[in-house]
Design a protein around this ligand. Structure first.
Ligand code: AHR
Length: 511
């Protein structure tokens, strides 16, 4: 048995828990929208064609903010196609995912869905194939009260009150050659700055996100952020980061240490943003919007001159095909739990994040057309962290043996973060055991938060780290009460099985 320890102390405050850490993402991709959140003929569909079984799961997931409509999709999207009478909406080719987009679901449907789900909408504008004018029009349609042609279109489409969307992404992954309308950092920085300037003329108090890198390994990482922020510093609030992780070549140990990459990536992006701050002599700090992150088993992207698997020359493209339908394991859930630990730990600078995505497409919720909806393994750490994290984030410095990984070298076997809500009388510690073979006794000195009692200790682990949930067995992977926990005089001790994610809730109000 390995042994690790930490201290939970209000003196180690990082930042408040930010609700936007628990954002998600709905893109017009695969079955994310069609037969995901929207399926008019589904037995649970409401009058708007929205699946209420999925809405229930979204609420249970505890999602705060949802980014829409892409992703790669947004870079060739005409938002006007998705508003107005449905029988007059055009059907278009979606070049990003080689599919047909019917536009039966668009902006107003998304806003209605967001209201029913109780989430904040976060819109992305197309800066791949469009620009300043279309972004201004979209903002006016969404947020202007009325009395202009564009805002009155919204009213004519049934929505009198403006939507009041605060957070806007200035394009998507324009650093990537796979992006339709891919740009150099300087080209992107210029159009992002001019779009931001124009959008602020319409509404000054927006929160704007400039595109950062698509992943840490991008050859342009660092110089991209520097150049983009040199152009946009005074006009934007956030720079985005995206990252996806997967187990490669059976190397489970490296995969379990994925949060090490996320930690380094965040620190490097913050350092770059702060160096532009110093160079420009500004007081303001740019925050990170980690608006795409998850586990994703990626197939190589087809090049523009190749047909993707299943498509041949002369064939019609499919509508809402099964794309990116990853089925998640116990190990994937542990990594997702650890990535949330990393995001919380950096709450001083990561002020928004979106798990990508929400339904069917690399998602915590899975559906069958006309059939059931259920929770994938990764649903659980997200839902539990979102529900329990409150008050302040507390840094947990761990003393732990290292595990050797091929990708990251030596990493501590456990990784933890805590939250403390003095008003609610609760502290919560989130912790992973990244050993593939050994249990760990994890001890936390929680005297400084006045821990008096363990309210609950939940652990997600399994003899089979590749176990998954299915329509027939939707509860195969789920967290279970961990009886191997005790608290004596403020000292917590819990046994963490190998490849596990755990959450221990402590009463700190003397009850
Ligand atoms: O989330 C899937 C895709 O990943 C998004 O469309 C894109 O932004 C990223 O590359």
């Amino acid at each position: 048995m390995l042994h690790a320890s930490t201290t939970i102390d209000p003196a180690f405050r990082v930042a408040p828990v930010r609700r936007r850490t628990f954002g998600s993402f709905v893109e017009h991709l695969g079955r994310g929208v069609y037969t995901g959140i929207y399926e008019p003929h589904h037995p649970t569909a409401d009058a708007d064609g929205l699946r209420t079984d999925v809405l229930d799961l979204v609420r249970e997931l505890g999602v705060s903010t949802v980014r829409y409509p892409g992703g790669n999709f947004v870079s060739a999207y005409r938002w006007e196609d998705g508003v107005g009478p449905k029988d007059q909406r055009p059907t278009r080719l979606d070049l990003a995912w080689r599919a047909v987009e019917t536009n039966q679901f668009g902006l107003d449907e998304f806003m209605r869905w967001a209201e029913k789900a109780g989430v904040e909408p976060m819109m992305a504008v197309n800066l791949g194939t469009r620009g300043v004018l279309e972004a201004m029009d979209l903002l006016e349609y969404c947020n202007y009260p009325g009395g202009t042609t564009t805002s009155d279109q919204r009213v004519a489409h049934g929505r009198t009150e403006p939507y009041g969307v605060t957070m806007w992404c200035l394009g998507n992954e324009l650093d990537g050659p796979w992006q339709i309308g891919h740009r150099t950092a300087h080209e992107y920085g210029r159009i992002a700055a001019e779009t931001a300037r124009a959008m602020r003329f319409v509404q000054p108090d927006l929160e704007l996100v400039a595109c950062g890198s698509s992943h840490y390994g991008m050859p342009t990482f660092g110089t991209w952020e520097r150049t983009v922020l040199e152009e946009t510093y005074d006009l934007v609030d956030h720079i985005s980061l995206h990252a996806y992780y997967q187990e490669r070549d059976g190397d489970l140990a490296s995969f379990l240490a994925s949060a090490r990459n996320m930690d380094d990536y965040i620190r490097a992006a913050v350092a770059t943003a702060d160096s532009v701050r110093a160079e420009l002599k500004r007081d303001k700090r740019i925050q990170i919007s980690f608006d795409e992150w998850n586990v994703w088993y990626q197939a190589p992207n087809p090049e523009p001159w190749q047909y993707p698997p299943g498509l041949r020359a002369g064939q019609r493209w499919p509508q809402a095909p099964r794309q990116l339908e990853n089925i998640y394991t116990v190990a994937d859930a542990v990594v997702v739990g650890n990535l949330l630990i990393s995001l919380l730990r950096h709450s001083d600078r990561v002020t928004a994040a979106c798990q990508a995505q929400l339904v069917n497409v690399i998602a915590p919720i899975f559906t069958e057309p006309g059939g059931r909806a259920w929770k994938q393994s990764i649903f659980h750490p997200f839902a539990l962290t979102s529900a329990a994290a409150a008050g302040e984030v507390l840094w947990c410095e761990t003393r732990a043996p290292d595990v050797e990984t091929a990708t990251y070298g030596e990493v501590p076997v456990v990784d933890a973060v805590a939250t403390h809500d003095p008003d609610g009388g609760q502290a919560v510690v989130f912790v992973v055991n990244r050993s593939t073979a050994e249990p760990v006794t994890f001890e936390a000195d929680a005297r400084a938060v006045g821990a008096g009692r363990v309210q609950r200790c939940l652990t997600l682990a399994d003899e089979d780290v590749y176990a998954t949930n299915t329509a027939e067995e939707p509860e195969r992977v789920r967290p279970r009460d961990n009886p191997r926990v005790r608290l004596r005089e403020g000292l917590l001790s819990v046994v963490l099985p190998p490849v596990s994610w755990s959450m221990v809730t402590l009463a700190t109000d003397g009850s």
